[in-house]
Design a protein around this ligand. Structure first.
Ligand code: ADP
Ligand code: MG
Ligand code: MG
Length: 929
C-alpha cells in the first residue's frame, strides 16, 4: 500500500501538530524528514514544513536531473500550507516567510549534505523583515548568511583546494580587520549591508550571473542543489566509508525558519540525551545565544555547555529536559537534537538516534536494560561488534603522562571529545594526513576546525585535534563515530595553514613534530607519551586490575554474558603458543581452532634442527633431525593442552613450503653452512632447488607429509605423547589433528593412516586411551566439491578461508595489492574478499562442502579458521549456513562472540543444530586467578 501511495505522493507535510509522515518512513523521507514528522506527531514544537521524498531524488538522477511533472504544484501547495500555518507569505515585502532547505538521507550523514538557511530574502524582503522585526541588524545578518550559503552551495563558490579559504570568509575577515573587531556579532547593520553587496559582486565575478532575487527561483535552485549534493565528492566518500548505497538518494525538507539570531533572548543549540563519549545518563549539549544553526557545529564560536542554559533561561532548560525524557521514552534510545530559541520560545529542528563511542554504546545499552527501556537482545543489536576494538585500545600510561606534564610538555588543554590515547606527527590538512598515512606514518590531523571535506584525512589519522568548536562540532561528532581519539576546541592553538606550523603559548610546533593527545582528558602534550593496555586488558590479560575497580570492564562483561546466552556458534581461537591460548580463553575462547605448528619451529633452538631436516640428503639424516625436533614440539603441545584444560585443540600438520625456513641471503647462507658443517654451495643449491614459481600452489600442505611421511609421523607422535603426558597429570585433553590443503580423498587417507598409527603406538606405549580426532582443512575447491568422499575419513572440517579465497578466486593474496583496492573501489568486489567472506563464490563452496560432508557423516563438526573467523559479516554467514564454530585470533574473540549472538538473533531459524556436545559455557571468568 505504501509503495502505491508513494508513487503519487512526492511531498509530505508536517505542521500544527499533525504530519503526513512517521519515524518509520526513513527510506522515503530521509532520517531528518521522518523524525520531523514524528516529533510533530508527538506534540513537540516543530516549525511547519514539508519533505520531498527520496523517490524524487531517484527520479531526478534517472531523468537527466529533472523532476516529476506534478512536483511543482505539490511544492507550491505545501508552501501555501506553511504560509497559512505561520501567517506570513513567501516573498512578501511586509510579512515575509523564510525557509530552510535541508537534505536528509536514510542514514544520517552528519554535515555531508548542504543546508541553506534564510531562503526567500532579497533586497526588498530584507527591508520588510527589518521593519517587521524592528531589528535591521538581524535582517541583514540573515541576508548575508543566506547569500553566503547560497553562493557556496548552490552557485558553487565553495573552495576546492586544500589551502584555499571560502571567498566569503575572506570578505568577512577583511571587514572585521577594517573595523577592528573580532566577532561576527560586533559587526553593525551597515557593515552587514556592505557585506551583502560585496558578496553579490563576488558572485557576479565568479559566475557571471546576478544573485537570484526571485524567492521561487531561489527555492528551486536550493532543491536542485540538495539533490545535486547527493553526488558530491564528500558525500560519495562518506557513503563508501559507511556502505551507504548510491541508490538510496536523499530527501529534501523545506522548513519554516525560526531565528536564533534575533538578539539575546534567542539562541541555538545541539544536545544529546546522554553523554555520547562516556554514555553517562546526563543531558549533554551546547548552545550559543544570538546565533543561528550552523554556528554551534561549525566551530565559529566556542559554545557554552547546556548546563549554562539552566541559569540563563531555566524555563527553556526545563522544557528541554522534559523533551529529552519524552524522546528517550519514545525512541527508546539516546537521541541527538537540534533546537532553536526565538525570542524566548523553543523550537525543535531535528532529532535522531545519536552517534556514540563504543564506550558510550555499551554503557547506554547496559543502562537501558537496567532501566527496562530495552531488552538484552536489543542491547546486543545496538553494539557493532567491531566497536569492541575501541575498548581494547591502549590508554596513556598515567605515570609517563604525569612525568611529561610535570616536565613542561603539556602544551594545552582542549575538550575531551573522543576518548583514547593517540600519539603521532602533526599534519595540518586532510590530504597530507592521507598521504603520510600511506607512507606508514602515524599522524595527528590538526585543524582550526574540520569540515566534511576532511573525512578521508580524519580516517587516516590516529587522532584529531582542533582549535575551535565544541563537543558537538564536526570534528567531535565524526571522530566519535569513527572511534578516533579527538581533542576539540583547543583555543590555545594558533594554527597557520600556509606555513604548516602552530604556535602554542610561545612554542612553535611544525608539521611532522610528534605530539600526544588524550581524548579522555583533553590534554595535548609535546612529543611521544608511552601507552599501556586498556581497562579490559588490564583485567583479563594482565590481571593487574580488579574487575570491581573497572566499570568499563564490568559493562563489557555483561554484554559478553548476554552474547553467550543467545549465540549458537562456538568461538574458537587461532593460537600457536600457550600464552596466546591463555589470552584467548580469557577473552572467552572455547577451543583452539587452529594451531599452526610451523610457528613453533621459529623459536630459539628449533630452527636449527628444522633446517638440518630440510638440508638432509637421506631418509636417515632426515630422521635424525626430526628426532631432535620431536621433544621440542612435544613441550609446546603440552603447554597448549594444559592451557586449554580439556577444550578442543586443533593442530595442523606442517603447511608452508620448506624454503620459508631457509635463509635467502648469501651471508646468512654462509653462516648456516658453517653451523651445519657443510659447504655454502650445498646450502645455496638446496635453496635454489626449493625455489618455486608459485609457492602458494606448490610443494606445501599435505603434499609435504605425503612426500616426507616421517614429518607427519614425528608431528603426530609429538602431539599424542604430549596428550598422553598431560592426560596422565589429570588434565583432560582433546587433540584434533588437521591435515591441510587436501583436495583428494587419497591425500587424506594417506595422512590419516600415519596419524592413527602414531596414535595407536603412543597409546600402547603409554598405556592410555586418548580421545582424538583426525580431520581436514577444506581450502581448495576440489576438496569442497568432493566433501562427501572426504568426510568418509575426516571427522571434522575446518574451512581455511584464506587459501580457499585465493584458490576460488584465482587470486594470490600477496600479489593482489595492485588491483584489489581498485577492484573494491570499482565495486567489482564490494569488499576485500580476504577481509569479508565472499558469500556468493567462496561461501557457495562452503555450503556445498557442508551439505556433502554431512550427507556422509551427519555428526561432522564444521568450523572456519581463516582470517574471516573474526569478521562480523563472515561470522554471520557461518551462522547462517550452520557451521559449529568460528575460530579467530585471540583479540577478536569478543567481537566474534557478539557477532555470533547478533547473527543468532537476526537468523533465529538458521539450521545451526549442534553436531557435537554443547558444554555449558563459562568464558573468561574461569581462567582468572
Ligand atoms: P545538518 O544535516 O548539517 O545538521 P540541517 O539541515 O540540520 O543540516 O541544518 C543545519 C543547521 O541549521 C542546524 O543547526 C539546524 O538546526 C539549522 N536549521 C535548519 N532548518 C532551520 C530552520 N527552519 N530554522 C532554524 N534553524 C534551522
Ligand atoms: Mg542537523
Ligand atoms: Mg591454508
Amino acid at each position: 500500500m505504501e509503495v502505491k501511495m508513494s508513487k503519487l505522493k512526492y511531498v509530505y507535510f508536517f505542521g500544527s501538530g499533525k504530519a503526513d509522515g512517521r519515524a518509520e518512513m526513513k527510506n522515503l523521507l530521509g532520517g531528518k524528514g521522518a523524525n520531523l514528522a514524528e516529533m510533530t506527531n508527538i506534540g513537540l514544537p516543530v516549525p511547519p514544513g514539508f519533505t520531498i521524498t527520496t523517490e524524487v531524488c531517484t527520479y531526478y538522477y534517472s531523468n537527466k536531473k529533472s523532476y516529476p511533472k506534478q512536483l511543482k504544484e505539490d511544492v507550491a501547495k505545501s508552501m501555501k500550507r506553511i504560509e497559512s500555518a505561520v501567517g506570513v507569505k513567501f516573498g512578501d515585502k511586509n510579512n515575509p516567510l523564510l525557509v530552510s532547505v535541508r537534505s536528509g538521507a536514510r542514514a544520517s550523514m552528519p554535515g555531508m549534505m548542504d543546508t541553506i538557511l534564510n531562503l526567500g530574502i532579497n533586497d526588498a524582503v530584507v527591508e520588510g523583515l527589518a521593519k517587521k522585526t524592528n531589528n535591521p541588524r538581524f535582517a541583514y545578518d540573515a541576508y548575508r548568511r543566506f547569500v553566503q550559503m547560497y553562493g557556496d552551495v548552490v552557485l558553487g563558490l565553495k573552495p576546492v583546494h586544500k589551502d584555499e579559504i571560502d571567498p566569503f570568509e575572506v570578505i568577512i575577515e577583511a571587514k572585521k580587520k577594517e573595523k577592528g573587531v573580532h566577532q561576527d556579532t560586533e559587526l553593525t547593520t551597515e557593515d552587514l549591508k556592505d557585506l551583502v553587496a560585496k558578496f553579490k559582486v563576488a558572485i557576479k565575478e565568479k559566475t557571471g550571473h546576478n544573485f537570484p532575487e526571485d524567492p521561487m527561483e531561489q527555492l528551486w535552485g536550493a532543491i536542485g542543489a540538495v539533490f545535486g549534493s547527493w553526488n558530491n565528492d564528500r558525500a560519495i566518500a562518506y557513503r563508501k566509508m559507511y556502505d551507504i548505497p548510491e541508490s538510496w538518494g536523499t530527501a529534501v525538507s523545506v522548513v519554516a525558519m525560526v531565528f536564533g539570531n534575533m538578539g539575546e533572548t534567542s539562541g541555538t543549540g545541539v544536545a544529546f540525551t546522554r553523554d555520547p563519549s562516556t554514555g553517562e545518563n546526563i543531558f549533554y549539549g551546547e548552545y550559543l545565544m544570538n546565533a543561528q544553526g550552523e554556528d554551534v557545529v561549525a566551530g565559529v564560536r566556542t559554545p557554552i555547555p547546556i548546563s549554562g542554559l539552566a541559569q540563563e533561561n531555566p524555563k527553556i532548560y526545563n522544557q528541554l529536559e522534559k523533551i529529552r525524557k519524552t524522546l528517550e521514552k519514545h525512541y527508546r534510545d539516546m537521541n541527538d537534537i537540534e533546537f532553536t530559541i526565538q525570542e524566548g520560545k523553543l523550537y525543535m529542528l531535528q532529532c535522531r538516534v545519536g552517534k556514540r563511542t563504543a564506550f558510550a554504546a555499551i554503557k547506554i545499552a547496559v543502562d537501558m536494560v537496567d532501566e527496562k527501556l530495552i531488552t538484552e537482545k536489543e542491547a546486543l543489536s545496538r553494539i557493532e561488534p567491531d566497536q569492541l576494538n575501541q575498548l581494547l585500545r591502549p590508554v596513556f600510561d598515567l605515570k609517563e603522562k604525569d612525568a611529561a606534564t610535570k616536565g613542561g610538555r603539556l602544551l594545552a588543554k582542549g575538550l575531551n571529545a573522543g576518548p583514547g590515547a593517540a600519539t603521532g606527527r602533526v599534519v595540518f590538512n586532510a590530504p597530507d594526513a592521507e598521504e603520510w598515512f600511506k607512507r606508514g606514518e602515524h599522524v595527528i590531523l590538526t585543524r582550526i576546525e574540520t569540515s566534511p571535506e576532511d573525512i578521508r584525512g580524519m580516517d587516516a589519522s590516529a587522532g584529531i585535534l582542533t582549535a575551535r568548536g565544541g563537543m558537538t562540532s564536526h570534528a567531535a561528532l565524526v571522530a566519535r563515530q569513527m572511534g578516533k581519539v579527538c581533542v576539540a576546541g583547543c583555543a590555545a592553538l594558533e594554527i597557520d595553514y600556509p606555513t604548516h606550523t602552530m604556535n602554542v603559548g610561545g612554542k612553535v610546533i611544525k608539521e611532522g613534530d610528534w605530539i600526544s593527545i588524550d581524548g579522555t582528558t583533553g590534554q595535548v602534550i609535546e612529543g611521544k607519551v608511552p601507552t599501556k593496555p586498556s581497562e579490559v586488558l588490564q583485567v583479563l590479560i594482565d590481571k593487574t586490575l580488579d574487575p570491581k575497580d573497572a566499570p568499563i570492564y564490568q559493562q563489557f562483561e555483561k554484554i559478553m554474558k548476554w552474547a553467550d546466552k543467545y549465540r549458537t556458534l562456538e568461538i574458537h581461537t587461532n593460537a600457536d603458543q600457550p600464552d596466546q591460548a591463555v589470552n584467548a580463553v580469557a577473552f572467552g575462547a572455547e577451543g583452539i581452532g587452529l594451531c599452526r605448528t610451523e610457528h613453533m619451529f621459529f623459536g630459539e633452538g628449533k630452527i636449527e634442527p628444522m633446517r638440518e631436516m630440510i638440508l638432509a640428503d637421506t631418509l636417515e639424516a632426515r630422521k635424525t633431525a626430526l628426532a631432535k625436533l620431536l621433544p621440542l614440539q612435544r613441550i609446546d603441545f603440552e603447554g597448549l593442552f594444559e592451557a586449554m584444560d580439556g577444550k578442543a585443540v586443533t593442530i595442523r600438520t606442517l603447511d608452508p613450503p620448506l624454503h620459508e625456513f631457509l635463509p635467502h641471503e648469501e651471508k646468512a647462507q654462509r653462516e648456516l653452512a658453517e653451523q651445519m658443517g657443510i659447504t655454502f654451495e650445498k646450502v645455496h643449491q638446496r635453496v635454489e632447488d626449493l625455489h618455486e614459481f608459485n609457492p602458494m600452489l606448490g610443494f606445501r600442505g599435505c603434499r609435504l607429509g605425503i612426500i616426507y611421511p616421517e614429518i607427519t609421523e614425528m608431528q603426530s607422535r609429538a602431539i599424542f605423547e604430549a596428550a598422553a603426558n598431560v592426560q596422565m597429570k589429570g588434565v583432560k585433553v582433546h587433540p584434533e589433528v588437521m591435515i591441510p590443503l587436501v583436495g583428494n580423498i587419497k591425500e587424506l587417507e594417506n595422512q590419516a593412516k600415519i596419524v592413527r598409527q602414531a596414535a595407536g603406538e603412543v597409546m600402547k606405549e603409554k598405556g592410555v586411551r586418548l580421545n582424538y580426532k583426525v580431520g581436514t582443512m577444506i581450502e581448495i575447491p576440489r576438496g569442497a566439491l568432493t566433501a562427501d568422499e572426504v568426510a568418509r575419513v575426516a571427522e571434522f572440517f575446518s574451512f581455511g578461508t584464506n587459501d580457499l579465497t585465493q584458490t576460488t578466486l584465482g587470486v594470490s593474496r600477496d600479489d593482489a595489492a595492485r588491483f584489489l583496492r581498485p577492484y573494491t573501489e570499482m565495486e567489482i568486489y564490494a569488499k576485500d574478499p580476504f577481509e569479508v567472506l565472499d558469500r556468493d563464490g567462496v561461501g557457495q563452496l562452503m555450503k556445498i562442502a557442508k551439505e556433502k560432508g554431512r550427507s556422509t557423516r551427519p555428526e561432522l563438526t564444521i568450523g572456519i579458521c581463516g582470517e574471516h573467523g573474526g569478521d562480523p559479516s563472515s561470522v554471520e554467514f557461518c551462522h547462517m549456513i550452520g557451521l559449529n564454530y568460528v575460530s579467530c585470533s585471540p583479540f577478536r574473540v569478543p567481537i566474534a562472540r557478539l557477532a555470533a549472538a547478533r547473527a543468532a538473533l537476526t537468523y533465529p531459524a538458521a539450521p545451526a543444530k549442534k553436531a557435537a556436545k554443547k558444554p555449558a559455557r563459562k568464558p573468561a571468568k574461569k581462567s582468572r586467578k
